[in-house]
Design a binder for this molecule. Sequence first.
Ligand SMILES: NC(=O)c1ccc[n+]([C@@H]2O[C@H](COP(=O)([O-])OP(=O)(O)OC[C@H]3O[C@@H](n4cnc5c(N)ncnc54)[C@H](OP(=O)(O)O)[C@@H]3O)[C@@H](O)[C@H]2O)c1
Length: 338
Amino acid sequence: MTDNKITTVELGDGGPQVGVQGLGCMGMSEFYGDTDESAARETLETALAAGVTLFDTADVYGLGANERFLAPFVAAHRDEITLATKFAIERKGDDPHYRGVRNDPAYIRKAVEDSLRRLDTDAIDLYYMHRRDPAVPLAESVGAMAELVRQGKVKQLGLSEVTGAELREAYAVHPIAALQSEWSLFSRDIERSAVPAAVELGVTVVPYSPLGRGFLTGAFTDAAKELSEGDFRQYQPRFTGDNAKKNAALLEPVHKIAAAHGASAAQVALAWVQQRAQVHGLTVVPIPGTRKSSRLLENVAATRLTLTEGELAQLEPIAGQVAGDRYPDMSSTSAARE
Ligand SMILES: NC(=O)c1ccc[n+]([C@@H]2O[C@H](COP(=O)([O-])OP(=O)(O)OC[C@H]3O[C@@H](n4cnc5c(N)ncnc54)[C@H](OP(=O)(O)O)[C@@H]3O)[C@@H](O)[C@H]2O)c1
């Protein structure tokens, strides 16, 4: 760190310099229980002061509420931050269970206008396709996204939860700056095909849920028993019942390694993801989510923690032993199309 700020890396080929760790803002508006709004706002400022510059949201988080929540922060710091948002997951205010995936150009053209309005900005720095609808040719969707770049509404393009083949196909239409997919000690599907493609193309990988949605920190061991009603993690197969019990036991080496470094389990989990950069030879900018300044500082400090080869070897078998899928319905993930 220089001046107490985390180091920076280039986001995509020729893109802006961003702090080597970003901030996931999703939980500030939905999914992980009630939020103290003023603490969340303070967390945004703490992050920026620490050198975190990539702020991640999506139109779907809180049905637009997360983008609206970020707007004042964006206005106050527009030139200091790299703002990422996403389109493609369609929800309906009057049907809480409805989820659709939309990649058609008309939808994309409307989605970007809605995000720009909610974020109260002229341009989105990094615009991701959140999920892929295989019924729509990728060239059509990425072509529509590229048009937004030409119009100045979007600066760089990203994709989330795509396979290596899809990343290559998209890149042939327009350069893709970032691939955002789940990557953590528990979730390594991305290494099958997407990571090799990202290495080959020079695409930055932005690991989401690097803390396993909090499970890897030891903050909870059974979502059904310990988290508040409606918390999204209660519906994820890994975090309840027998699976949760088995999965919590897998964290023993994480806790041991943390103790040896005088670090927290969260920091070991984040250092492991960060070190994928050297292991695979690519740029990695994880976006852990937190609504608390103290945790933000704990998380950025993990960018200075280096795990030894021996420690990495102890952590290696964990993902292969995890019980339960990443989502209750895996049909829209990259894993379903590999
Ligand atoms: N592209 C996609 O499909 C996709 C999917 C999911 C998420 N995302 C993005 O990725 C971001 C991060 O993922 P995520 O929020 O799902 O999961 P995560 O970063 O793995 O974990 C977040 C959870 O961990 C807790 N936490 C954070 N730091 C901690 C620490 N040091 N000690 C203990 N607990 C800690 C947070 O609670 P507090 O907030 O209470 O601190 C929160 O409950 C999201 O915000 C979102 O922007 C993208």
